[in-house]
Design a protein around this ligand. Sequence first.
Ligand SMILES: [Fe+2]
Length: 232
Amino acid sequence: MSLKKEITQGLGYSIVKIPNLVKFTKLRNVFLNKMGFDQNQNINVLRKKLALMSNIEINKVMVGLLNFTDASQIMIDSCSEIVKELCGKEILIQRRASTIFNLPGKDQRRQWPHYELMSGISPFTFVMWAPFHDLDDDGGVFYLSKKESYQKIKLEHSQGLVNGPTILNKMKNQKPTKLKFGEAIIFNPFILHGNIDFNSELARIACSVRFQSKHRPLMQKNSDFFKLYELN
Ligand SMILES: [Fe+2]
């Protein structure tokens, strides 16, 4: 099955090796520099520091990353062949890629199970998500298959619910996907996914970017979210 078929009609998501690892490593290094770290420093030092931060400190760091504007383009370029296969050359990409921290321990802010359409992107958008380090613990993201996601979403729609008990209870007994640095997950916007509590001394750091063909309708999201981009 082709990658496009797997993501749109099969499982709904796929783990890929990032084709241009040099570019993706550059992205991680730019991020480290923005965080006041040298690119040769072990990223685990930063992960440990983040894991001990209070919510207000984490918020400050995240707001500080709002000027990390070239991240989305570098991330797309690191996977340009894959993006082209999914959407063609003329695309809309998220204006600013999201850098996301997931902190260990109980009662941390978590992404409950959700699908991306809920945040107003079009049904033609894809998401690429990649950690900035090996993911050996449960700090990653769990994904439900397209089949199971559709079942849960349809059931709740029939009950007049959005994120009701059927979906929220999926937080239990999930196993987040483990990835190596240099791997990414690409998924369609109907796939349910989320985080669980995890134990570690290290926070998880990942980057995600959304993209779609410029020839497909944008639907709800306004044009502030995306920018036009053309792949070589
Ligand atoms: Fe998400």
